[in-house]
Design a protein around this ligand. Structure first.
Ligand SMILES: *[C@@H]1O[C@H](CO)[C@@H](O)[C@H](O)[C@H]1NC(C)=O
Ligand SMILES: *[C@@H]1O[C@H](CO)[C@@H](O)[C@H](O)[C@H]1NC(C)=O
Ligand SMILES: *[C@@H]1O[C@H](CO)[C@@H](O)[C@H](O)[C@H]1NC(C)=O
Ligand SMILES: *[C@@H]1O[C@H](CO)[C@@H](O)[C@H](O)[C@H]1NC(C)=O
Ligand SMILES: *[C@@H]1O[C@H](CO)[C@@H](O)[C@H](O)[C@H]1NC(C)=O
Ligand SMILES: *[C@@H]1O[C@H](CO)[C@@H](O)[C@H](O)[C@H]1NC(C)=O
Ligand SMILES: *[C@@H]1O[C@H](CO)[C@@H](O)[C@H](O)[C@H]1NC(C)=O
Ligand SMILES: *[C@@H]1O[C@H](CO)[C@@H](O)[C@H](O)[C@H]1NC(C)=O
Length: 698
């Protein structure tokens, strides 16, 4: 029981004033204790009053306005206590009201009124508050799942027992003011409500409860669930595209409470599923090109979000673009460009012909015009990894030389193949004419039309006709006339090696000449065979005999086992089967003679006389002129043959025409290759005296 003396003093004064003014001051009612009484339930207490100035007044106690006890002090009759208060209330003999084991329901305003007839009335007010100690106080939040944006969050405390005199709420230690106007807080009996909770309402809520006898403080940590927020996707390193084999990291991050789970999927397949949101891609391939999905989910609230990112893994198509040009409908040129494969496909265009473009393969048909002839057309291939291009040029048939090849087929017919190959784009087709008439027999013409094969046993028949080929494409044409020639040889040369025991003969054949083989012919002593014996020879030493036949494709021959001290003559006879052509002029090889003989004799007989010396000089000049003339006349066959006969008569050999066995020895090809240019000039292999050589080269 608590007493407040200051208050009781005031009450006393009021009662005094009241008593004097109302009833002449004869009945005085006063309270020695407090007018406001707090008590714990179950305790005993007394609302004490005392009176003065009149004996035995009538006493009435009111609870509120309801009289609950009446008595007259000093009376023998017991106090009249209202039925339902009898358990608790007792009236003391001096008029005070006692409570035995006061229960909770007895708090309220009590008033005592004393009356004495003739002496007036006095009264006093008491306020009784009955409290209990707090027991088993708990605090809870509603609803269970507090989400950002939901209607409200309510905190409610509950206790087994206890009367709250004062409740105070705190958020993170700061007092919460009751919601008026804009505040989102509202306090109710035992509750705190937060309207439309937000993420920053997450924190510690505290309620502090007190009454005069006890106090209690309760904490509750509240998390306002939210998210996933709008995710942000990051790729590291940042690049427009990646090349196969690159490594990169995708991360998908979003705020949320609790931290959202992040699932990466690609092409329906889950790649990672955790709260980190990091996806490592190492050694990417082009098949990993595409959209990556990031799905975020709040495990508590089930809220979801979704975001995608495009990953570009690019690979250049292999190689470079391939250009082509073909003819179309014989009226147009179709330029083509191809560059397939790659991720993404390359874009191809012909900038020369406009802006059109296409992926991987592009063709464009252009009407033929002379401007296209020789025009370099470029195809641009564009690919993010690398641009590339190719060129193609359409051109009319270029100048060319027909090629004539001669063969012998299995039936023994001569096959003459004429090829007309002209560089042209698109490739030219060749039309053939024989003596002005088109060749219609397609058997004779090769599939690509570039070759005409003519067959016959009789060379004369082959030589009878003139042939014409015309190479033509859309852009133009070119015509060549071919006149086949009888077997012939040009540029016959002789080279001597190895002290004159080996020689090499080389020759050429005019382009249109029909040749199926060559006879290497020799006049002079028999060749020494490998075992040292002289080979047998059919003819006489001064007539030409065939010592070595060569195939039509041969252009050189090696002759072995020559005797350096002997003189030989060689010539080559071209033939087309049995038909012989003109043999070449003979080439001589052997020790110097004729010219050098008289010269030496002159020098030997030389007398140191000026006359004779002059004569000798004159003789030398004469010989030089003679020799140069003879050399010039060698181009005519009969002359050189006569000369050959004259020279070779000195050495008569038994007739023999056996081929030297040494033919199979390997020729000196290096030597041959080193001297190709000498084929076109007269070969100076003849070991003539120096002045003569000057004369021949002039
Ligand atoms: C209160 O009063 C009752 C009856 O007079 C008595 O039995 C009890 O012991 C008292 N209790 C206390 C705490 O004084
Ligand atoms: C009245 O009586 C009660 C009990 O008999 C006592 O405790 C109280 O002090 C008395 N009051 C006065 C003012 O004497
Ligand atoms: C008791 O009286 C006071 C004024 O004296 C009043 O404010 C209060 O409401 C009253 N209590 C009851 C329970 O009637
Ligand atoms: C109240 O709390 C006490 C201890 O503080 C405990 O023993 C008792 O079981 C609790 N009662 C209930 C109903 O929770
Ligand atoms: C509430 O959170 C604070 C820190 O924010 C912590 O210290 C305290 O223990 C938590 N209380 C409960 C009941 O979880
Ligand atoms: C991804 O790579 C980083 C660094 O390269 C590493 O720290 C991280 O653990 C990797 N994550 C996974 C899921 O492999
Ligand atoms: C070859 O043909 C020519 C011309 O047609 C002819 O004169 C000659 O007799 C023929 N020769 C043979 C061997 O048939
Ligand atoms: C072939 O052409 C030449 C001139 O190029 C001509 O002299 C000859 O008569 C022609 N022969 C034939 C059979 O037309």
């Amino acid at each position: 029981m608590k007493t407040h003396e200051g208050l009781s003093g005031q009450v006393l004064m009021i009662i005094w004033g009241f008593a004097f003014s109302g009833a002449n001051g004869q009945l005085l009612v006063s309270a020695p204790g407090d007018a406001q009484v707090d008590t714990l339930a179950g305790a005993n207490l007394t609302l004490a009053v005392s009176f003065d100035g009149a004996p035995d007044p009538a006493v009435t106690w009111f609870k509120g306005r309801l009289p609950i006890v009446t008595w007259t002090v000093g009376s023998d009759a017991p106090p009249d206590v209202a039925e339902e208060y009898r358990e608790v209330l007792r009236l003391e003999p001096n008029g005070s009201l006692s409570f035995v084991h006061v229960p909770l329901g007895y708090d309220g305003n009590y008033t005592v009124e004393m009356t004495k007839s003739g002496l007036g009335t006095g009264s006093l007010n008491f306020t009784l508050r009955v409290f209990e100690l707090f027991e088993n106080v708990t605090m809870m939040a509603f609803p269970d799942l507090i989400e950002e944006g939901s209607e409200q969050l309510q905190l409610r405390y509950h206790m087994l027992r206890g009367v709250v005199e004062q409740q105070r709420w705190f958020f993170n230690g700061r007092p919460v003011a009751d919601g008026k106007g804009g505040s989102r807080y509202s306090l109710g009996p035992g509750t705190l409500a937060v309207r439309e909770p937000r993420r920053n309402d997450t924190g510690r809520y505290t309620v502090s409860l007190s009454n005069p006898f006890s106090s209690v403080t309760l904490d509750l940590n509240i998390t306002v669930l939210y998210g996933p927020d709008e995710p942000s996707i990051q790729i590291s390193p940042i690049q427009d595209f990646y090349l196969p084999g690159d490594s990169l990291t995708l991360s998908c991050l979003a705020d949320g409470a609790p931290q959202p789970l992040v699932r990466w999927t690609f092409d329906g397949e889950t790649l990672s599923d955790n709260s980190m949101g990091v996806l490592n891609l190492t050694g990417v391939q082009t098949k990993q090109n595409g959209l990556y999905n990031c799905d975020l989910r709040n495990q508590r609230t089930g809220a979801q979000r979704h975001k995608t990112v495009a990953l570009n893994v690019y690979e250049k198509p292999p190689g470079g673009p391939q250009c082509s040009v073909v003819s179309e409908d014989n009226r147009r040129l179709r330029y083509g460009c191809q560059w397939s494969g790659g991720t993404p496909p390359a874009r191809l265009s012909f900038p020369d012909f406009g802006d059109d473009s296409s992926l991987e393969s592009f063709t464009l048909s252009i009407n033929v015009s002379s401007q296209l002839d020789g025009k370099i057309v470029t195809c641009q291939g564009q690919h993010p990894v690398e641009n590339s291009k190719c060129d193609v040029t359409a051109e009319s048939p270029q100048n060319f030389l027909p090629i004539v090849r001669t063969d012998v087929d299995a039936e023994g017919k001569i096959v003459v193949s004429i090829s007309c190959l002209s560089r042209a784009t698109p490739p030219a087709t060749v039309s053939w004419f024989r003596g002005g008439e088109p060749v219609v027999d397609s058997d004779l013409i090769s599939d690509d039309t570039a070759r005409l094969d003519i067959r016959h046993r009789n060379v004369s028949v082959l030589l009878l006709q003139n042939y014409t080929c015309t190479c033509r494409n859309l852009l133009g044409g070119r015509t060549k006339h071919i006149r086949l020639q009888e077997p012939s040889i040009s540029n016959f040369s002789l080279f001597s090696h190895k002290d004159g025991t080996i020689i090499t003969l080389t020759w050429e054949v005019p382009p249109t000449s029909i040749v199926t083989g060559f006879d290497i012919q020799m006049s002079g002593p028999a060749l020494v065979s490998a075992d040292g014996n002289l080979s047998q020879s059919k003819g006489s030493a001064d007539t030409f005999r065939t010592i070595l036949p060569k195939a039509g494709s041969a252009r050189s021959a090696d002759i072995f086992h020559l005797d350096p001290k002997s003189t030989y003559r060689f010539r080559v006879l071209p033939r087309a089967l049995m038909v012989e052509g003109q043999p070449t002029n003979a080439r001589r090889i052997g020790p110097a003679e004729g010219l050098s003989g008289p010269a030496i004799a002159g020098i030997a007989a030389g007398i140191p006389c000026s006359l004779l010396f002059l004569l000798l000089v004159c003789g030398l000049i004469y010989l030089a002129i003679y020799w140069s003339r003879a050399k010039r006349q060698q181009t005519r066959y009969p002359v050189s043959r006569a000369a050959a006969e004259k020279v070779t008569t000195t050495q008569t050999q038994p007739p023999q025409n056996l081929l030297p066995r040494g033919v199979k020895s390997p020729p000196d090809y290096n030597r041959l290759r080193q001297t190709p240019s000498s084929l076109s000039v007269a070969p100076p292999t003849f070991v003539p005296p120096p002045p003569v050589r000057v004369a021949t080269t002039v």
